[in-house]
Design a protein around this ligand. Sequence first.
Ligand SMILES: *[C@@H]1O[C@H](CO)[C@@H](O)[C@H](O)[C@H]1NC(C)=O
Ligand SMILES: *[C@@H]1O[C@H](CO)[C@@H](O)[C@H](O)[C@H]1NC(C)=O
Ligand SMILES: *[C@@H]1O[C@H](CO)[C@@H](O)[C@H](O)[C@H]1NC(C)=O
Ligand SMILES: *[C@@H]1O[C@H](CO)[C@@H](O)[C@H](O)[C@H]1NC(C)=O
Ligand SMILES: *[C@@H]1O[C@H](CO)[C@@H](O)[C@H](O)[C@H]1NC(C)=O
Ligand SMILES: *[C@@H]1O[C@H](CO)[C@@H](O)[C@H](O)[C@H]1NC(C)=O
Ligand SMILES: *[C@@H]1O[C@H](CO)[C@@H](O)[C@H](O)[C@H]1NC(C)=O
Length: 395
Amino acid sequence: MGLNLLFSKVLLLVLMVKCIHHVCSQGVDVKDFGAVGDGITDNTNAFQNAWEEVCQSGGTVLIADGTYLLASNQFPGPCNGPVNFMVNAIIQAPKDQSNADYWIKFYGINGLTIEGNGTFDGQGASAWPYNDCRHAASCTPLSPSLVLTNVKQSLVQNITLLNSKGVQMKIEECENLTISNITITAPADSPNTDGIHTRNINYVNILDSNIGTGDDCISIGDGSRNISISGVNCGPGHGISIGSIGKHPSDQNVEGVKVQKCKMSSTENGVRIKTWTSSIPVSVADVTFQDIVMDKAQNPIIIDQEYCGGRHDCTGSSHVQVKDVKFIRVKGTSSSEIAVNLNCSTSKPCSGIELNDINLSLDDGGETTSSCSNADISYIGPQNPAPCQNALSPI
Ligand SMILES: *[C@@H]1O[C@H](CO)[C@@H](O)[C@H](O)[C@H]1NC(C)=O
Ligand SMILES: *[C@@H]1O[C@H](CO)[C@@H](O)[C@H](O)[C@H]1NC(C)=O
Ligand SMILES: *[C@@H]1O[C@H](CO)[C@@H](O)[C@H](O)[C@H]1NC(C)=O
Ligand SMILES: *[C@@H]1O[C@H](CO)[C@@H](O)[C@H](O)[C@H]1NC(C)=O
Ligand SMILES: *[C@@H]1O[C@H](CO)[C@@H](O)[C@H](O)[C@H]1NC(C)=O
Ligand SMILES: *[C@@H]1O[C@H](CO)[C@@H](O)[C@H](O)[C@H]1NC(C)=O
Ligand SMILES: *[C@@H]1O[C@H](CO)[C@@H](O)[C@H](O)[C@H]1NC(C)=O
């Protein structure tokens, strides 16, 4: 009896060491499950089987050498240990991929790492002509490439996202997630290819990344809290934006966003807060944009509470309260005359806006101006453009 027990304990230990040796440190190679990196074969089964195996114990799924065609796939948790999805290859979406909700989705996972020097190639070019969301009132957005839903204590680093059909990376219901040293690329005229879109997340860091795309480099949606963005180079693209907020009855407050040490190169906007007209009464509060360099941004500093599009009711003012927003050391060049545009709501004027040490000149050398409505602004330090005369209480 005792000997038997000892024997099974030793056996278990041997199996665990084997697991640690093969699964946990070196990883499960998708090729061992039949994956073929020829850019032609769909690898759904191999990826699913590798995921299932690794998720059972924790460990690494390894994707190396080649171009792995992959249809829409979900990788669900919970897993019995941290899982590393190591991409040192190209994972490629089919051109005609039709699932609108995601191309690759991870959900319900604690301790996920997605890393490697590889690329998620969404092959969006063939789909972009069918995007009708820029003009149509009701439309189905093209599928986001990488979706993380309910993913916690996790890390995404070093990977590249290329030419998504819709949003490049969407993160929702996530907590304690760090995204670091990633590259996001799509042409300036690719429609609605936001780099990273967030909603209902808490405690998320986006660090040291290069994002060039056809829409917002980062768009921070409703319910985003404790967000820190640092060291992001944006361009081409529409800048770093909070919004659009207030359209849906389920929208929640945005609270605690810090954007620092970022550079905007030839972007449509620099740093922006955008809320819908006749919207629901939520708030955008405690936001800091600091040490931001503008290189020919069209609207370097902009709060737009008059946003409206499609069949939305454009008549009422925005009921979103924008408050406690600081712009500190925002410098460089604007490609339009109005470099500071604070267009706040008549029914919910912006409060606690601080402009601190601003220097934005016109890229051809001319003078820039400020435009403000319904905004309570404190000015601290040097100001170029000159402060608004018509703000609620300019100092
Ligand atoms: C990813 O980058 C980190 C630092 O950001 C580095 O330490 C790590 O070795 C890199 N990993 C891979 C797989 O490239
Ligand atoms: C960033 O990611 C790239 C691509 O994987 C890698 O070559 C580089 O070493 C990483 N840099 C840092 C600072 O981690
Ligand atoms: C990507 O990373 C793998 C594993 O570290 C390495 O063997 C390969 O040379 C790297 N490729 C490039 C292009 O850096
Ligand atoms: C956040 O997640 C990281 C793993 O990515 C973990 O090391 C850290 O302890 C977590 N922090 C909190 C506050 O949960
Ligand atoms: C995040 O934000 C919420 C609400 O703004 C706050 O109560 C909480 O303490 C913040 N910090 C963390 C680490 O969750
Ligand atoms: C402010 O918003 C109103 C309503 O959309 C618009 O007519 C006006 O041009 C905007 N002002 C600026 C300076 O953008
Ligand atoms: C603003 O920037 C311009 C161009 O870099 C520079 O010449 C000027 O001295 C700066 N003004 C202030 C007040 O810092």
